[in-house]
Unconditional design. Structure first.
Ligand code: AQP
Length: 349
């Protein structure tokens, strides 16, 4: 069996001759999973797990780049795990785990740090934005975030990384680091491709349709969560900021309506053009109610499943432990290879 085949086998725990493509992605346990995270990332994870060897993790180490109350972080981590299960990440199909339970993430990040330039990391838009937002805490972790993300991806020889458009720059850096390492030390890493959805790669705030919907937005009317109740979702959509005029069309000068059409399209599986036709001649009020109803209908079963999973801490622990063990087994191979390539001594055969 080829080396590639071994990786595949470890993930699936079954023998196949061809290596299936590997998909990996993570989410920071801050706030709750928003409609933006769901549309841009998590809903695609659910769809991909049937066709790929999939690994998904709670990026708890990434979450430390911003100051958090320890008890709150712990609670968020458990809540996010339950939310991912409720969103359809199936532990029978995917490896699901907490990033901090697999120390290889941090170990590889250190080696990659030594192969990344300060200029590259300090140029990242997210670093600049978060530095401005947290001016009292511009820590090394904030700048190092994309290098840890590169380690997350490269550790598992990931082919595809499903992310929203905001992570595109980080993904490009991960590719640059992989190519540089391969050129210097010989073929080691798979150079990953981004999987950025055609519709919904950047869901915007309901209050500012020119800004990304973000779970750390202090204005709760800007976002909705996958575990939010129906009446609250409906209120937020009724209050959603729209544009001048009364046409329901996706156009550059209509960011509010375009954002709502994209959301409706992803929630219902209809195309944006179909949605435009459906609401031609309707008022903004009717349209906003329909979008809210589509979102509430999609999220209702997620909210119910979430409550069930969160109440079963033993199940979460069982899934998370098994996931971390599998992930650690796969990661150990890449890490051993990397250590050997850079010249660290090993007594293992
Ligand atoms: N508005 C969005 N539209 C589409 N995709 C999005 N993602 C985030 N916001 C949107 C995608 O969700 C995944 C998980 O994101 P993350 O937790 O790693 O952090 P983030 O990108 O920084 O998301 P937030 O919501 O803005 O978090 P905070 O407020 O904590 O910084 C990623 O794949 C991301 O692309």
């Amino acid at each position: 069996m080829t080396e590639k085949g071994v990786y595949m086998t470890e993930i699936n725990d079954k023998v196949q001759n061809e290596r299936k493509k590997v998909v990996l992605s993570g989410i920071q346990p801050t706030g709750t999973i928003t409609l933006g995270n769901y549309v841009g990332a998590v809903s695609n994870w659910g769809k991909m797990q049937d066709d790929y060897d999939s690994l998904f993790f709670i990026a708890d180490l990434h979450a430390l780049t911003v100051r958090r109350e320890p008890a709150e972080l712990r609670q968020m981590c458990m809540s996010f795990f339950a939310q991912l299960l409720a969103c359809g990440i199936d532990p029978e199909k995917s490896v699901l785990y907490f990033q901090s339970h697999v120390p290889a993430h941090s170990e590889l990040a250190w080696i990659l740090n030594c192969n990344t330039y300060v200029g590259e990391a300090s140029r990242m838009t997210q670093f600049k934005d978060k530095s401005a937002k947290h001016a009292d805490n511009i820590n090394m972790g904030l700048m190092d975030y994309p290098v840890l993300m590169a380690a997350d991806i490269l550790l598992f020889r990931s082919d595809l990384v499903p992310v929203g458009i905001d992570q595109k720059q980080h993904l490009e850096l991960a590719r640059d680091i992989a190519i540089r390492f391969n050129n210097r030390y010989g073929d080691t890493f798979v150079v990953p491709e981004g999987y950025i959805p055609k519709t919904g790669a950047k869901v915007c705030s309901l209050q500012d349709p020119t800004a990304k919907m973000s779970k750390s937005d202090p204005d709760p009317n800007g976002w909705v969560s996958v575990i939010e109740d129906e009446s609250s979702i409906m209120k937020k959509f009724k209050r959603a900021v729209t544009d001048s005029g009364n046409e329901i069309v996706a156009r550059e000068d209509k960011p509010g309506i375009t954002n709502l059409l994209v959301i409706y399209s992803v929630m219902t599986g209809k195309t944006v053009e179909e949605a435009e036709r459906e609401f031609a001649g309707c008022g903004y009020g009717t349209f906003k109610t329909a979008v809210g109803e589509a979102v509430a209908a999609k999220f209702k079963p997620i909210r119910e499943e979430y409550a069930r999973y969160l109440a079963d801490k033993a199940y979460i622990a069982e899934v998370a432990k098994a996931g971390a063990e599998k992930a650690a087994r796969i990661a150990a191979r890449t890490l051993a290879k990397v250590k050997r390539k850079v010249g660290l001594v090993s007594f293992d055969k």
